[in-house]
Design a protein around this ligand. Structure first.
Ligand SMILES: O=P(O)(O)OC[C@H]1O[C@H](O)[C@H](O)[C@@H](O)[C@@H]1O
Length: 526
């Protein structure tokens, strides 16, 4: 058999096609042995059983004692009871009605005229989904959209000055959407207060321009109530942040941006249905999970490089980074055994990345597998010929296929997902596919994909630093002192005190006389 025909056969054996979605997954270049699924029979059975329990509403996030309900969001009939069903359908109607009113100018800024801009303030799962969807589908949005997704003051200043200088109506015609499931995330709270200050600086009430998306009774919920926000959309306990894009978190912004949210939900629902089969070879989500498992030896030994060959999908890898890494990156398995699981995810877009890091992928350390995303349709309308009989779309396809071959020839594996075009239905389907692959993979390796205990450590340490910063501020005097002197005075760690002092010296609260070592630097009140 020729080399070409052997590839042809393995492609046929390894492709799963869903014509109803215009989608296929090809795992032929992962070289998964034919008996791999058989060897993992027990784990696969556990995964299929587990996802049924998730969808049935069992408490599958045991550490937090929570149900895992994101699959109900696109098919409310799956919800385990009527109350939860209502928690899905009512906000959906409300948010559609709200978006219509904003578009018609019935909900408008008090100075008159429709809202022209949207400022989304959130972080992690409360930002990444909306960012991905806006980039992928928001080209015709009636509201030009901006994000505060950090507590970086310079970043917020840059965003505000863009709103002021480059949009119709500036701040006064900007609707702010404050998104936080917990309602207590400091970055988001800071972003909200910074935005509020920008409205107040021009004599406007923040509440007249603000909407909150948050859990009932949260700090943000109370703040929104006290400050008469235009609306509060609920976020439920049984939806995790990184799987919240099809809840109010993703749907309120998408509806405001004029995106077809019914198609988004429908695409996800169809992918859910197609990947509900217990036949692993016909289940694209299980195929994906098994490919990850095989590539990384069930231990995440290989990173996943996500390469969509389409500019509008550039944020997909960033979105998947949280979905996969926060879900699968766990110290312990469900039996309490230390396992240090996870799969590292990075990527950007092809062919652009071929001119950046693909050199290492092809020739360097073989610690990854690639996930190509092929979009069959190049563009709407006619194409110019960039070479005789050749279009830019031909090149894009050529580069994808070429890179896939070149990687495979040097022993680097890849998965190829093919979709017809980037539209709301397909984005819904892609999100659902990866959500289900994450559920399956977590069940294959026996971990809880729905908690994030590790994130707390950094938050707690940041709180300790902020307390110390106040003490260090209080210990500054008009005469110069070293970090060691201040540390011994307030009984704190010298290195921590030194970093507080350099921060204060760079932000106008202290001045520093630089010595030849950090120990010789001397600080006083500014
Ligand atoms: O929506 P929020 O409650 O503000 O949370 C925002 C994000 O912050 C946390 O630290 C979590 O690790 C993320 O999973 C979450 O999406």
């Amino acid at each position: 058999m020729s080399k070409a025909s052997s590839h042809w056969q393995s492609y046929q054996n390894s492709v799963t096609r869903y014509p109803e979605l215009g989608f296929s997954i090809d795992t032929s270049r992962m070289d998964i042995p034919a008996d791999y699924a058989q060897k993992l029979e027990k784990e696969i059975a556990r995964a299929f059983d587990g996802i049924k329990k998730i969808e049935a509403g069992e408490v599958m996030n045991p550490d937090e004692g929570r149900m895992v309900g994101h699959y109900w969001l696109r098919n409310a009939d799956l919800a385990p009871n009527d109350e939860i069903k209502k928690q899905i359908t009512e906000p959906l109607e409300d948010l559609k009605a709200f978006a219509k009113k904003v578009h018609r100018g019935e909900v408008s800024n008090p100075k008159g005229g429709r809202f022209e801009n949207l400022l989304i303030i959130g972080i992690g799962g409360s930002a990444l989904g909306p960012q991905f969807i806006y980039e992928a589908l928001g080209a015709d949005s009636p509201l030009k959209t901006f994000f505060f997704d950090n507590t970086d003051p310079a970043g917020m200043d840059a965003t505000l000055s863009e709103i002021i200088s480059k949009t119709q109506g500036g701040i006064s015609k900007t609707l702010s959407l404050v998104v936080s499931k917990s309602g207590g995330t400091p970055e988001t709270r800071n972003g909200m207060l910074e935005a509020q200050a920008a409205y107040e600086a021009i004599g406007l009430e923040f509440g007249d321009h603000a909407v909150a998306i948050t859990g009932e009774g949260s700090k943000l919920f109370n703040y929104a109530t006290e400050n008469s926000f235009l609306s509060i959309f609920p976020m439920e306990d049984w939806v995790g942040g990184r799987t919240s894009v099809m809840s109010t978190v993703g749907l309120v912004p998408a509806a405001l941006q004029g995106i077809d949210i019914d198609a988004l939900l429908e695409g996800a629902k169809v992918m859910d249905e197609l990947t509900r089969t217990d036949n692993a070879s016909e289940n694209a989500a299980m195929q994906l999970a098994l490919a990850w498992h095989h590539a990384g030896n069930g231990k995440g030994e290989k990173d996943m490089v996500v390469l969509p060959y389409k500019d509008s999908l550039v944020l997909f890898s960033k979105y998947l980074q949280q979905l996969v890494m926060e879900s699968l990156g766990k110290e312990k398995d469900l039996d309490g055994k230390v396992v240090h699981q996870g799969i590292a995810v990075y990527g950007n877009k092809g062919s652009t990345d071929q001119h950046a890091y693909v050199q290492q992928l092809r020739d360097g350390v073989p610690n990854f597998f690639a996930t190509f995303i092929e979009v069959r349709k190049g563009r709407d309308g006619n194409s110019v010929e960039v070479d005789p009989n050749t279009t830019s779309a031909d090149y894009l396809q050529g580069f994808l296929r070429g890179t896939r071959t070149a990687l495979y020839e040097s022993g680097r594996k890849s998965i190829t997902l093919s979709i017809e075009e980037v539209d709301a239905r397909m984005i819904g389907a892609l999100i659902a596919l990866f959500e289900r692959a994450v559920s399956h993979y977590a069940l294959l390796v026996n971990i809880n994909a729905y908690h994030q205990p590790g994130v707390e450590a950094g938050k707690t340490a940041a709180g300790i630093f902020l307390d110390l910063l106040q003490k260090v501020k209080g210990a500054l005097t008009d005469s110069e002192q070293t970090a060691e002197q201040i540390a011994s005075w307030i009984e704190a760690d010298t290195e921590d005190v030194y970093h507080c002092l350099t921060h204060l010296a760079n932000n106008g609260t202290a001045t520093v006389s630089q010595g030849s070592t950090p120990a010789e630097d001397r600080f006083k009140k500014a």
